[in-house]
Design a protein around this ligand. Structure first.
Ligand SMILES: Nc1ncnc2c1ncn2[C@@H]1O[C@H](COP(=O)(O)OP(=O)(O)OP(=O)(O)O)[C@@H](O)[C@H]1O
Ligand SMILES: [Mg+2]
Length: 312
């Protein structure tokens, strides 16, 4: 049987003035589960996180953390670790001193602090620079130290708000490894992210929040398979500096621009054969692709689809 949820939020409603920012959101997390919360700017993600942390009381609905309301019961908050988007460490203190400080603030008994700090540094692989002032460390290392500070009191739920913004790929993989190790220890992890590649690779479940409502939730692979069936994504890389006529031709072939300059995309159930025909067609039009790739649709495709449904 599934273990009891660590977090159970039901029907959470919250307004700012006249505006309903959360319109009855349910969210539950079990031990050892990684959940990625996705959604455009302003969808309500941080508001939901603040309600889960007990920093904001919902107008309606309920939040239970380890069975208690975090807005009323301090012991419920003790089971929570929060890694904020901005690095929140003392720049002039060493990594060890920072984590010791957070351990004290979180109420770890004094005699247990050395062992707790060591464990947090081992888990986040920050031990080898334990004595270095935080300001001398790379951004990626600081982020891991920030996670160490959030887990020193052994929370059952760890929340990370945008853990990989402005972090290079090596540092991102290091953060992902830490998150996976925590899952292995039975910690429930809630990640708020715009990084769909990270979410797809890491999360056991994802949820799309749109305009304050959870519009889609589930195992990312299952959701993608269900939405796209046997369709594949065809990615076309073109030389940059395409003119308006070129863009019109591409649109007529069913291609849409991606966020990367010169890269266009289309879904097609014809797979490689369709990609070959598209290549020939574009060459005829004088738009010879530099590269064409065929790949499984990703969470990014699903995200666009969900966003479009709103427009429709
Ligand atoms: N304290 C506040 N007072 C008034 N409005 C607020 C307040 N906090 C947030 N909002 C509004 O609530 C909506 C949801 O904000 P929220 O910060 O939860 O979004 P988000 O999904 O975290 O966005 P982002 O991806 O940009 O961080 C936004 O329209 C925001 O302007
Ligand atoms: Mg936010």
């Amino acid at each position: 049987m599934n273990p009891e949820p660590i977090l159970k939020a039901e029907g959470v409603v919250r307004s700012y003035g006249e505006r309903r920012v959360l319109k009855g959101v349910d969210l539950s997390l079990r031990p050892g589960e990684i959940y990625a919360l996705l959604g455009h700017n302003g969808a309500g993600k941080t508001t939901l996180v603040r309600a889960i942390c007990g920093r904001l009381r919902p107008d309606a609905g309920s939040v239970l953390l380890n069975g208690a309301d975090p807005a009323r019961v301090p012991a419920a908050r003790a089971g929570l670790g929060l890694v904020p988007q901005e690095i929140a460490l003392y720049a002039n203190l060493s990594v060890r001193e920072n984590i010791e400080t957070f351990a004290t603030l979180a109420g770890v008994p004094r005699a247990q602090i050395p062992a707790a700090v060591r464990r947090a540094m081992e888990l986040t692989r920050t031990l080898d620079r334990a004595g270095a002032p935080v300001r001398t460390l790379s951004g990626g290392f600081q982020r891991r130290a920030n996670i160490a500070a959030a887990i020193v009191h052994e929370p059952t739920l760890l929340i990370l708000d945008e853990p990989t913004v402005g972090v290079d790929i090596d540092a991102r993989e290091a953060v992902d490894t830490v998150i996976r190790d925590l899952r292995g220890l039975g910690v429930a992890v809630l990640i708020v992210t715009h990084d769909l590649d990270q979410a797809g690779a890491l999360a056991d479940r994802v949820g799309f929040l749109r305009d304050g409502a959870m519009v889609l939730e589930g195992d990312p692979r299952a959701l993608v398979a269900e939405a796209f069936g046997d369709q594949m994504e065809i990615l076309v890389h073109l030389a940059e500096g395409l003119d308006m006529a070129g863009e019109i031709h591409l649109a007529a072939e069913g291609l849409e621009p991606t966020r990367r300059p010169g890269v266009w995309t289309r879904l097609d159930s014809g797979g490689y054969g369709a990609a070959g025909r598209l290549d020939a067609r574009l060459r005829q039009l004088g738009l010879a692709p530099r590269e064409i790739r065929v790949r499984q649709p990703s969470l990014a495709n699903l995200f666009s689809l969900v966003a479009e449904r709103k427009a429709a």
